[in-house]
Write a protein that binds this ligand. Structure first.
Ligand SMILES: Nc1ncnc2c1ncn2[C@@H]1O[C@H](COP(=O)(O)OP(=O)(O)OP(=O)(O)O)[C@@H](O)[C@H]1O
Length: 369
């Protein structure tokens, strides 16, 4: 049972503040992924929890106990890094057993613990090998095994599979998820890969420039991004963002993109809802994911004529760039749609999938249609 809490944590490196007002509660058995671009402070936050980095202000609590004054060794937390950091002269068995040496456990107890972890990680047949005779994935399994063998209160992982090739990364991702489902230990995992974050996390913590942007389940951050940063960081291809003007008539609203002759049809009283969300006249951005841009070959009621540009047929679906006024909108269409570049197609925006943001603050106006 491990519960981790960060309260108003601040961290400076010289003049530069790399963690700003960080508040976060990590529940027992939760798999938390910290996601953000390079340099946003993920690793520093993780290292601060582990006790490998000091903090300048605030508190870090593990199971309700303030720990920032405790050394890493006294926090009972295990850490797995991207570099495998195994001892090359020791066998896999000895590498995994190593953290137990100082615990005073008997040989038999250590043996039981090593074999149990090796079974869970499916590396039992490799116990006699040295690290040089292992694949990258197996090396990382051993590193995880060494972290888990002493049943730590929590497992912290910093880009643990970032150095592996794409196929192995995918395999290891599944392994890590399976392991967590079996072991259920509180886990904090750092990555800048949003697919990895979505695949693994119970909740994702999204950071940018030392500031926590949003905490939520993969669905929450994907479907209801709190701001423009999250909207564009999560999801591939990225969410389309376009400046937008709203014109309202009796029966419907129209959302007009710059340079476009006509606007996209939206339900009436859109303006009222935007104002209720805190919109202030101009300075509005429309956000729509490629799957929310609906494209047809034939003219249809409520669809606008646009030109198709670059087309990426991806097998399971196509990605099409559409020129709307001065702006490009990316659409995701069913496979085989493939218009010719320059062909006229008909497009509509699904209001239920649209997001509106305040351009200045980047904040989502929380309008759900
Ligand atoms: N020991 C240090 N001394 C000075 N600056 C540091 C130190 N460690 C990290 N930084 C700076 O702090 C900021 C946050 O770094 P951090 O490693 O936490 O980011 P990150 O989000 O984990 O990035 P990455 O994915 O590249 O590791 C960066 O600007 C980095 O250059």
């Amino acid at each position: 049972m491990t519960h981790i809490e960060l309260r108003d944590v601040q961290k400076f490196f010289g003049e530069v503040q790399v963690i700003k007002d960080m508040n976060l509660v990590i529940e027992d058995n939760e798999f938390i992924v910290m996601l953000g671009p390079s340099g946003c402070g993920k690793t520093t936050t993780l290292r601060a929890v582990a006790g490998l980095e000091t903090i300048d202000e605030g508190d870090i609590l593990i199971d309700g106990k303030v720990v920032q004054h405790l050394k890493a060794a006294d926090r009972d937390i295990a850490f797995v890094f991207q570099s495998f950091s195994l001892y090359p002269h020791m066998t896999v068995y000895e590498n995994i057993a190593f953290p137990l040496r100082a615990t005073g456990q008997s040989r038999a107890e250590i043996d039981r613990a090593v074999r149990q972890v090796a079974d869970v990680l499916r590396i039992a047949p490799l116990l006699k090998r040295r690290p040089s005779a292992l694949s990258g994935g197996d090396m990382q399994r051993v590193a995880i095994g060494r972290a888990l063998v002493r049943s730590p209160k929590a497992l912290l992982m910093d880009e643990p599979i970032g150095a592996l090739d794409a196929k192995l990364r995918e395999e290891m991702r599944t392994e890590i998820k399976r392991l967590h489902m079996q072991q259920g230990s509180t886990t904090v995992y750092v990555t800048h890969d949003q697919v990895e974050a979505m695949a693994l996390a119970d909740r994702i913590v999204i950071m940018n420039e030392g500031v926590l942007q949003q905490v939520g389940s993969p669905d929450e951050v994907y479907l209801h991004p709190a701001n423009l940063f999250v909207a564009q960081f999560v999801g591939s291809p990225v969410m389309n963002i376009a400046e937008a003007q709203v014109a309202e008539a009796d029966s419907e609203a129209r959302v007009v993109m710059p340079g476009a002759a006509e606007g996209f049809v939206f339900p009436r009283n859109l303006l009222g809802r935007l104002e209720a969300g805190g919109a202030k006249g101009d300075g509005l951005a429309l956000g729509i994911r490629p799957e929310g841009v609906l494209v047809e070959r034939e003219r249809r009621e409520g669809y606008l004529p646009v030109e198709a540009h670059i087309i990426e047929p991806l097998g399971s679906h196509d990605i099409i760039d559409l020129q709307v006024g001065t702006q490009m909108l990316r659409a995701r269409t069913k496979a085989g749609f493939v218009p010719r570049p320059g062909e006229k197609v008909w497009v509509r925006i699904d209001p239920a999938q649209a997001h509106f943001f305040d351009v200045e603050s980047g904040r989502s106006l929380g309008v759900r249609l």
